[in-house]
Write a protein that binds this ligand. Structure first.
Ligand SMILES: *Cc1c(COP(=O)(O)O)cnc(C)c1O
Length: 377
């Protein structure tokens, strides 16, 4: 095998994977091979267990990155005369609005500030005012800031009003416990390459079978048809179109690694420890987080740019990358920010190296520590 220098990815995915996950991809397997069919069935069962749901739900894998599964869910589950309420407080909520609008689905946008969780009371009054809303979509961990939305509270409101609830749990699934049934979720969407620590190329929806059954034939796309995908997987155990076989082998290995680690609770604890190290080091340098700690998920943390005009993010990013340390640009619509992911196969030493790299890069740019007050844009 080629010996590549290990790059440390402090990003929300793709992220650093274990040797076992990468090794699992070192073989070819036929997509109609009985062993492959068994592996796919095993993955679907494991995903239901991670979501904490029984057989009133089913897991439907979908080729592509996470957005493909979001588009498949929105385009398949909402009937032609349906109406979708999207709760957005960041880029991923806004992406769902874009998807729904492009698909010609009647959509109501409920946008709230990026530093505030979606408000369940506003959802309640909106549903009362619009009896024609059939579905509500929200993001669990909005990766734009790392904020955690109040999915349990919103789910209770949506279910009480008799509507259907779709949740983008892309960046939280596997890293934070989700209770899909208890939170009244009808469809939860995530992908292999975030907290499950697999590689990119496959995503999935965990859906109530009743919702899938009633959605047959209404998908707005041939390939992104969730019900058709489900029917074929149930009928033959196979995908309708070529599955990313190596990626799926890697996902099976990743799910095994999650169990071996001790499940979601152990993984969340590890991510929280990374974040604690990161925050204590960056706070000492004078960086300020975008969110107050009580709204912050352990997945990813957004930081304001320092006020000092000598701070140049491109250069900061480049200097860190030269040391094999990859950080993530910001996605906030207003203030300049950048993000550090705390998920994936990283070690405490990686965080020590990151903090050391930051200090050296700031020094090379002529900034003195601790940094002065945050820029107000
Ligand atoms: C990563 C992510 C997605 C999907 O992004 P892809 O690039 O398509 O994998 C969707 N929603 C959230 C909240 C995410 O973090």
């Amino acid at each position: 095998m080629t010996d590549h220098a290990r790059v440390r990815l402090f990003t929300p995915g793709p992220l650093n994977t274990s040797d076992a996950v990468r090794d699992a991809m070192q073989r070819d397997i036929g997509s109609r091979d009985m062993e492959f069919v068994r592996i796919v069935r095993g993955i679907r069962t494991d995903l239901l267990a991670i979501a904490g749901v029984g057989d009133e739900f089913t897991a439907v894998p979908m080729q592509g990155s996470g957005t493909f599964a979001v588009e498949a869910a929105i385009g398949s589950l909402i009937p032609p005369d349906g109406k979708l309420l999207v709760l957005a407080n960041g880029a991923y909520g806004r992406r769902m609005i874009a998807i729904a609008q492009r698909l010609g689905i009647e959509t109501i946008n409920m946008e709230s500030p990026e530093t505030e969780p979606n408000d369940p009371a506003s959802v309640k009054s909106c549903l009362a005012a619009h009896p024609d809303i059939t579905h509500v979509a929200a993001v669990h961990c909005e990766t734009t800031t790392g904020i955690l939305n109040l999915i349990a509270e919103i789910g209770a409101v949506v279910a009480a009003a008799g509507r259907s609830f779709l949740v983008d749990a892309m960046s939280s699934f596997g890293g934070i416990a989700v209770d899909a049934a208890g939170w009244k979720i009808d469809c939860l969407i995530s992908s292999a390459n975030k907290c499950l620590e697999g590689v990119p190329g496959i995503a999935f929806a965990i859906v109530r079978t009743a919702s899938l059954e009633s959605s047959r034939g209404q998908a707005r796309s041939v390939s992104l048809d969730l019900a058709a995908q489900w029917d074929e997987l149930e009928r033959s155990g196979q995908f309708r179109f070529t599955p990313p076989t190596h990626v799926i082998l890697a996902l099976a290995a990743a799910l095994e690694m999650l169990v071996r680690e001790g499940g979601i609770a152990a993984r969340e604890k590890r991510y929280r420890e990374y974040q604690r190290m990161l925050l204590s080091g960056m706070n000492a340098m004078g960086f300020q987080t975008v969110l107050p700690q009580e709204l912050q998920s352990p997945i990813i943390t957004a930081f304001h740019f320092p006020a000092d005009p000598r701070f140049d993010f491109e250069e900061f990013h480049r200097r860190l990358a030269e040391r094999g340390l990859v950080i993530y640009p910001g996605k906030l619509s207003r203030k300049p920010s950048f993000r550090i992911g705390t998920i994936g196969q990283l070690t405490p030493q990686d965080f020590a190296d990151l903090l050391e790299g930051m200090r050296a890069s700031l020094d090379a740019m002529g900034l003195t520590l601790p940094l002065s007050r945050t820029a107000e844009a």
